[in-house]
Design a protein. Sequence first.
Length: 191
Amino acid sequence: MVDDAGHITRLLRDYEAGDRTVLDELLPLVYDELRQIAGSYFANERRNHTLQPTALVHEAYMRLVDQRNVDWQNRAQFYGLAAKMMRRILVNHAAAKRSEKRGGQKDHISIEEVTIAFDDTNFDLLDLNEVLERLSQRDAEKAEIVEMKFFGGMTTEEIADALGRSTATIERGWTFARSWLYKELAEARDA
């Protein structure tokens, strides 16, 4: 059998070419890693969260395979897009819960993995999303780097491969994004 990375890429390209039968073969190959990405989102969430990692994986997978006009390049691109989908699903879920509660308890996500030194490392998921949206408007590639590294758990090398950049460029982008996030999230927290 071809290595998982090459096999996943081939299946994605077959799917893009119109072969819908590959979905049955693709899901078992990507499920564990999608579950790890989802697990990282929930690692520091409250225990009674109404959305569970398995549901998040399935919702993200369904949205991924429903994508049109995606030129599937490799598995890193797939997992990067999966991380973005999961973040959007969680943000939509948090926004719906917040509107239900009308100012009640906010959903929080830990940013310890970003290695930013804060006294309190929990931030409102909606605030984090807003900050990432602002970063995306300022520099879309740096926002993608954050999504892939922070939410997708991807390595610098995987991100470089997915974006077609050097690892040095990714490291510089990550350094800038990290300090920018620090400033913006600190201001949001203090507001």
